[in-house]
Design a binder for this molecule. Structure first.
Ligand code: ATP
Ligand code: MG
Length: 251
């Protein structure tokens, strides 16, 4: 994948036993934009994200990047293509420190073959710099993640995603646990990612945030994408109506 590639999700279905979480979901993600997905609890948003990132394998349907069908069999496949994901159910390791989490599986090494050392200082310094940019009050990168608050953990997960995303970042409810100031910081960070030419997919229940951040919004209901529109064409109120089904889709 590159920063110029369009992503198409085409009629993806996914069941868990007899729970039909995705009943044929289709949407398009344009490169270099913020695309938002909205929908009530249980609509299938996180499941769709996980199908896109290789955490789940779709039962049917296709995902195409720049017209080419892709089949990610693990999140590592997506990461190798420069796609980072900040999951709603955060995937930080409790026992590790903040900086170790940020470099998990991708430690920097220094030295010469046979005498390799982890570049601990470089990793710590860089992690500290990124976390401080988020202005969420994370009390130091040497602290184990299990001793952080929910909002602080979310900030670390976002900083890690932003740090490694080469082409695209996917954020599933990134500001759900954050206060007003922290939310504004994360939104700024997302704008910077897009200004850098990268693609962003964000799942959010915050319609004002969707209005502020995104160029395109897709609405999910009952395992389907029931419509989508350019964000500038809808109000926050119309979005609420589209999610509940009270208002039909604006095109
Ligand atoms: N691993 C799983 N096993 C069984 N059922 C699941 C699993 N993951 C999701 N589901 C079910 O699939 C449906 C869609 O869930 P999903 O998490 O995608 O919703 P969501 O739109 O992200 O909701 P929320 O806004 O609450 O995060 C729900 O009915 C949920 O209970
Ligand atoms: Mg979800």
């Amino acid at each position: 994948m590159t920063t110029n590639d369009k992503i198409v999700i085409d009629d993806v279905q996914k069941s868990f036993g007899n729970v039909h979480a995705l009943k044929g979901a289709s949407l398009t993600i344009r490169p270099g934009e913020v695309t938002a997905i909205v929908g009530d609890n249980g609509a299938g948003k996180s499941t769709l994200v996980k199908c896109l990132t290789g955490l789940y394998t779709p039962d049917s349907g296709e995902i195409r990047i720049d017209g080419e069908p892709v089949r990610f069999t693990s999140p590592r496949d997506a990461r190798d293509k420069g796609i980072e994901t900040v999951y709603q159910d955060l995937a930080l390791s409790d026992q590790l420190t903040v900086w170790q989490n940020m470099y998990m599986d991708r430690e920097l090494v220094r030295g010469i073959p046979g005498f390799r050392f982890l570049a601990r200082k470089r990793m710590k310094d860089h992690a500290a710099e990124l976390v401080s940019q988020l202005a969420v009050n994370v009390p130091g990168v040497n602290r184990p993640v299990k001793r952080l608050s929910g909002g602080q953990r979310q900030a670390v997960a976002i900083a890690r995603g932003v740090m490694w995303a080469k082409n695209m970042i996917i954020l599933d409810e990134p500001t759900a646990a954050l206060g007003l100031n922290e939310t504004a910081q994360v939104e700024d960070l997302i704008r910077r990612v897009v200004a850098g030419g990268k693609t962003v997919l964000v799942v959010s229940h915050n319609f004002e945030q969707v209005k502020r951040l995104s160029q395109q919004v897709w609405v999910m209901r009952g395992g389907r994408v029931v419509g989508g529109t350019r964000t500038e064409n809808v109000s926050g109120e119309q979005l609420v109506g589209m999610v509940t089904g009270a208002v039909s889709m604006v095109e």
